[in-house]
Ligand binder design. Structure first.
Ligand code: ATP
Ligand code: MG
Length: 312
């Protein structure tokens, strides 16, 4: 497996459509439906800034974990539609060298119109929700019971959307009513229903593997031809979710999460939070990679090497 991080991706064979903080999207020749090649780089962002160096294999971990989730959620959420078609590019669309570079970190997806909200679901109270609750006993403006402790499980999971900011801007927490105003009542209701169903199914699966999904962010898109709402983007990865170890969980304190915590701590301790062009030291990159790998292996039930071997 490559030990160098892959931070920038260019393909001579396919036109680039857009570049996000972590992913590069390429246009594919039209098949039965409009498609995109969704490529996940090893770039890592923290506090909304992309680090200069990446985390080797991170893009592979996020891609293979998302693929696993599309399979799990399809079987556990009745009526769920999702954008995943298959891993890798359609045959014959890229050169053999490009195919090698994309192996395990790319998927062919249905191209959809993305709703401009982030469908956040919280099962536990932490992060910005905990800060808000301490001030006003609300989460995204929704009243909550008194006496919740830090990281306590909520009486039931709640849907707490945010805006989807342009690159460089910050997402803003909004109430479900404000989300309705952005996407329209009909789609808002469907997004909320699907987000909660995907969270519940994902949380149940993760619990079987010793992992708590404290909260997560989904994105949804619309097939304008059929008017159907699809689950899109990455799904239930350590970039989009807070994962905690069930064995180490204790209510009333901060939890150690399987994500960028090592990197965030290093940035904060060194006064580099939110600064551009920061290069993380190899030890920080290694530790972060180990956290991502561990959660992948626990959830997928196979080693990363094994999972990669199974990719055609
Ligand atoms: P972050 O996830 O950190 O907020 P980001 O959203 O800017 O960053 P990436 O995750 O790097 O960007 O890029 C993925 C982009 O692809 C997102 O803008 C997402 O909305 C979009 N996307 C996901 N699935 C589809 C799809 N099926 N069709 C079209 N666009 C998609
Ligand atoms: Mg994203």
């Amino acid at each position: 497996m490559a030990s160098e991080a892959l931070s920038s991706i260019t393909l001579a064979s396919l036109p680039a459509v857009s570049q996000g903080k972590v992913r590069d999207l390429f246009s594919l020749p039209d098949g039965p439906t409009p498609r995109l090649l969704f490529v996940t780089s090893d770039r890592i962002s923290a506090y909304d800034v992309i680090l200069k160096n990446g985390i080797p294999s991170k893009g592979t971990i996020l891609t293979l974990l998302s693929a696993k989730w599309f399979e799990v959620l399809s079987s556990r959420v009745p009526g769920l539609k999702h954008h995943f078609i298959h891993l890798g590019p359609p045959s014959g669309t890229v050169t053999p060298d490009e195919e090698q570079m994309l192996r395990g970190r790319s998927m062919t997806v249905r191209r959809l119109k993305i709703f401009p909200i982030e469908a956040i679901v919280r099962g536990y109270i932490t992060g910005s929700a905990w800060s808000e609750y301490q001030k006003t006993q609300t989460i995204h403006g929704l009243p909550q019971p008194a006496g919740l402790a830090h990281c306590q499980q909520l009486p039931r999971p709640i849907y707490t959307p945010s805006t989807k900011a342009e690159l460089g801007d910050k997402d803003i927490n909004i109430s479900p009513d404000e989300a309705k105003a952005i996407v329209g009542e009909k789609y808002a209701a469907r997004i909320e229903q699907l987000a909660l169903a995907c969270y519940n199914a994902g949380a149940a699966y993760a619990a079987e593997h010793g992992i708590i999904i404290a909260d997560t962010k989904f994105e949804f898109g619309l097939d304008e031809e059929t008017d159907e709402v699809y689950l899109v983007d990455e799904v239930l990865t350590p970039d989009s979710s807070r994962f905690w170890s069930k064995a180490d969980y204790e209510v009333g304190r901060e939890q150690d999460s399987f994500d960028k915590q090592v990197l965030r701590n290093w940035l904060t301790e060194n006064g580099l939070k939110g600064k551009p062009d920061v290069e993380m030291p190899p030890a920080v990159a290694e530790k972060t990679k180990a956290r991502y790998t561990e959660v992948f292996e626990r959830l997928a039930g196979v080693s990363l090497e094994e999972a990669l071997k199974n990719v055609a």
